[in-house]
Design a protein around this ligand. Structure first.
Ligand code: SAH
Ligand code: SF4
Length: 363
């Protein structure tokens, strides 16, 4: 256990290990977690059922999150994006997405939070703002969790769904993401069911297999964006390391472990991956892997010259998938107005003029 780690990034197991090292009984772990997650207090001083020496010990070893929200975009009740500044001055962004759903005939509100898992991203997909300034560092489990707590305090009610679709490649920060998943799903923690959590990956094949062995029934989304190696490799360098046949074998393994469908995220970029033939290839792949497809017309990113196709074209693309009975959604308007594509808000706060990127469809 390293010193001064965020207390909200601790699991029951890690707290028990810490307590055992100082000869405190195991049950103190539950008491501490109860203060943090049920009573939602954020001071060791106030943990009145703990011996004073233990409170002092906790104080010496753990911190409370010191992140502050520095910018919020969007109005209450609509999709809102917020930028937080972390202790070391780095910025991280998260998006709150409210949705009205029909729950057994009753209208209900569900709120999804899109969290970041890293600052920047090393994967360098050519269309993506997160990769523009390169990779800076992993977020700790506590920093991932603190995005949820910040969102809940901003909207004043609990978050129902979590998607790891913000900045960074979650499977490249595997251990911290899994610790965060443990805390999010734990009955003593945020107690959000695995089915309400989606981890998105650009195709980190070995860790897809590792995540398939994770015991909770979380969902998996794959940022596919190309249904052939030629197209995928052109826009996503990850495909050169783990081409489609390896991705397919990891997803087959995932299926052998879990019942739910996986989701293919597919951004439509004009002239790059949006031909009707691309749609047919995508349909074949989705059928083969029993996947549903989310089509997302590209959100333009300042300093990149990629474009979204016209709505009529996106619909034609979608209809080819429908014709093949592939479950498909097309989200057209979302995001453009609040820079919802990952990494964009942060980019406005940092100077990327020295970054060495070549993100252009012409490359
Ligand atoms: N690194 C992971 C998690 C990030 S998810 C992954 O790539 O899956 C963020 C999603 O937004 C990914 O599907 C990504 O491809 C998509 N995205 C990135 N830039 C975008 C843009 N400009 N417009 C629309 N979607 C974008
Ligand atoms: Fe990284 Fe995902 Fe963006 Fe690719 S799409 S650069 S993997 S955050």
């Amino acid at each position: 256990m390293c010193s001064l780690s965020p207390i909200i990034g601790q699991t029951e197991k890690s707290l028990k290990e810490f307590l055992a090292a100082y000869q405190y009984p195991e049950f103190r772990a539950r008491q501490i977690l109860d203060w943090i997650w049920n009573k939602r207090i954020c001071s060791f001083e106030l943990m009145s059922n703990l011996p004073p020496q233990l409170r002092t010990l906790l104080q010496k070893h753990f911190t409370w999150p010191a992140i502050k929200i520095v910018q919020v975009q969007g109005q209450p009740g609509t999709t809102r994006k917020f930028l937080s500044q972390l202790e070391d001055g780095q910025y991280v962004e998260s998006v709150i997405i409210p949705a009205a759903i029909n729950n057994q005939g009753k209208q209900a509100e569900r709120t999804t939070l899109c969290v970041s898992s890293q600052i920047g991203c090393a994967f360098g997909c050519k269309f993506c703002a997160s990769g523009l300034s390169g990779f800076i560092r992993n977020l700790s489990a506590g920093e991932i969790i603190s995005q949820i707590l910040s969102a809940e305090s901003l909207i004043q009610h609990p978050i129902d769904n979590i998607v790891f679709m913000g900045m960074g490649e979650p499977l490249a920060n595997f251990d911290n993401v899994v610790t965060a998943l443990d805390i999010i799903t734990a009955p003593w923690g945020l107690d959000i069911g695995g089915r309400h959590i989606t981890v998105s990956t650009s195709g980190f094949v070995p860790h897809i297999k590792r995540l398939a062995d994770y015991p909770k029934q979380i969902r998996l989304a794959i940022s596919l964006h190309g249904a052939t190696d030629a197209i995928r490799s052109r826009i996503m360098p990850v495909n050169k390391k783990w081409p489609l046949n390896e991705l397919i074998s990891a997803l087959t393994y995932w299926h052998s472990k879990r019942k739910q469908m996986i989701t293919f995220e597919y951004i439509l970029i004009k002239g790059i991956n949006d031909s009707l033939d691309d749609a047919r290839q995508l349909a074949r792949l989705a059928q083969k892997l029993n996947a549903k497809v989310n089509l997302i017309p590209y959100n333009t990113v300042e300093s990149l010259d990629w474009e979204r196709p016209a709505l009529s074209h996106c619909k034609r693309f979608r209809d080819i998938l429908r014709l093949q009975h592939v479950p498909v959604t097309l989200r057209y308007e979302k995001g453009h107005d609040i820079d919802a594509a990952c990494g964009q808000l942060r980019l406005k706060h940092i100077d990327v003029s020295h970054s060495n990127h070549h993100n252009s469809p012409k490359n």
